[in-house]
Design a protein. Sequence first.
Length: 294
Amino acid sequence: MHRVLGDRRAIAILLGPALLVYSLIMLVPIVWSLGYSFTRGNTIEGFTGNGGANFSRLFDDPAVRDALWFTLRYAALVTVGQIVAGYLLALLYVFFLKKSSALIRTLAFFPVVLPTVAVGLLFQKFFQVAPQTGPVNSLLNAVGLDSIDFFGSAGSAFWVLILMDVWRSMGFYAVLLFAGLVDIPDEVLESARLDGASGLRLIRHIVLPLSLPVLMSSLIFSINGTLKVFDSVVALTNGGPGNGTTPLTLYMFQTSFTYSDYGYGSTIALLLTVVCLLVSLAVYRVSRRDLSES
């Protein structure tokens, strides 16, 4: 095996096709988009170079700051919600449900396979105030409280969006983390129990450290997905009210395809790429440090 993997020609044969496909699908569009960021125009009018004008506009655009702030807040809250809810469900599967966990896992995973539009419509009906009162407002009225127009303000719409995306994706992370928990040897858990560890002490000192690699992998996977949120926002709020729930992805889409400003849209896409890269590097460095300490 060492002789094969030490052969450069063997490495080129094994990895070459995968690297070529990756370059064509991922790297070429990034470089192409970078080139567009130094231009202005569209496919009808043509493209002309404008130097660094798009980058100057990027730093002066208040809509970009709002979209970036929304993206970071959304990513942080949804990532925490996905990982915490998924980990708690995974612990429930392994330590409490056991035989019946397959049925519960199926029910928890079911929202993942639902179309995003269907989930968005479901939550719109669930929280609506007119023309018909949704279940949430009906419950508020039943306890003597006034109805709330959840989609009439950016603040309440933001929290409905958070709730929707945590609900629809926590089953996926529960199954992902469950795979890491079931790999913990039963002998280790039994030895810890014999030493007096149980309940939260067992989870904190034994289960959590041993499941840290898959937990960190889930964290990186989640944060990159939430930073690039698009479909759930379009399905639930379409960025409204106003631009109160507009992430960078939606602002980039609107700029490029609604207003046909491909150069500035590519600049926004480049900003999103840099944000994803920086966040991934930060999480990766923290995970390496935690794994070395454990």
